[in-house]
Ligand binder design. Structure first.
Ligand SMILES: Nc1nc2c(ncn2[C@@H]2O[C@H](COP(=O)(O)OP(=O)(O)OP(=O)(O)O)[C@@H](O)[C@H]2O)c(=O)[nH]1
Ligand SMILES: [Mg+2]
Length: 262
């Protein structure tokens, strides 16, 4: 196990922002641990270190809860990429990105890259929900983590199985945010930053839909960004910014994928 206090300083920083419950922590778990696991609402922030070829990339998870809002711009300081995350089933979560989170990125690098990410794409697939036609009960596998088996699960409030057979239909949860909505937000982000769309990466490359639950598009999201921030790393190295080591006394776990809270 490497001596953490001598760990190389991360070469570059990526920050995930977005409203509470959109799945920021779940996306990081999916990418770094290949799992969809239970989460608790993030307090403050946490970071992961990812070795990408010869480079160390720190990925900062942030709290979406209003009470931690003040920390956001601190986390964004010096970021080379920011992942603005919303929930595809929640229009409000997209609106919050513009109203509450975009201004936090004022402290990011001047050439910071922005990705707009709609998570929980699994919930909008045609087979995302079970609906019992008998009494309108719904079962959401996205929350409980259950699999679709064709057998209704009995709600805890109803200890005995229904006497009559229950017919099942499968419908999708309403998708509230389209890819076009996300692309339009991306355009507004560029304008907010005073950038010309023609000089920037196009919306179809920078807007992703993902599912932390199924893993859909999660590797593509992170690895596309890693590749995109490499020029920033190389420039920083050429400019000789900062010291080559960092004090990571609080880190837990091996250097390849350390995690810490703050
Ligand atoms: N169906 C589905 N549920 C998801 C997905 N990602 C996260 N969730 C669920 O959404 C809830 C919130 O997930 P978190 O990852 O804790 O959300 P967060 O954005 O980190 O929230 P804060 O830490 O409070 O800002 C949890 O119940 C997750 O299991 C997904 O892709 N699909
Ligand atoms: Mg979280």
């Amino acid at each position: 196990m490497p001596e953490l206090s001598k760990m190389r300083k991360p070469d570059v920083k990526i920050v995930i922002l977005g409203d509470m419950n959109v799945g920021k922590t779940s996306l990081l778990h999916r990418y770094t641990e290949r799992k969809f696991k239970d989460t608790v609402s993030t307090v403050g922030g946490a970071f992961f270190l990812k070795q990408w070829g010869p480079y160390n990339i720190s990925i900062w998870d942030t709290a979406g809860r209003e009470q931690f809002h003040g920390l956001g711009s601190m986390y964004c300081r010096g970021a080379a990429a920011v992942i603005l995350t919303y929930d595809v089933t929640s229009w409000q979560s997209l609106a919050e990105l513009e109203e509450r989170f975009l201004s936090l990125t004022d402290t990011a690098n001047h050439d910071c890259i922005y990705a707009v990410v709609g998570n929980k794409a699994d919930l909008t697939e045609p087979q995302a929900r079970l609906v019992t036609e008998r009494d309108g009960l719904t079962e959401d596998p996205g929350v409980g983590g259950g699999e679709l088996t064709g057998e209704p699960r009995v709600p805890s409030a109803c200890p005995t199985p229904p006497a009559s057979p229950v017919s099942l239909s499968r419908v999708s949860v309403n998708k509230q945010v389209s890819r076009e909505d996300a692309a339009a937000l991306y355009g507004r982000i560029l304008r907010y930053k005073g950038l010309e769309e023609s000089d920037c990466l196009p919306a179809d490359k920078m807007c992703f839909e993902t599912s932390a639950k199924t893993g859909y598009n999660v590797d593509a999201l992170f690895e596309t960004l890693f590749d995109m921030v490499l020029p920033s790393i190389l420039r920083k190295r050429t400019e000789g910014e900062g010291s080559p080591t960092v004090d990571l006394e609080d880190c837990r776990g091996p250097g390849k994928r350390a995690r810490a809270c703050c």
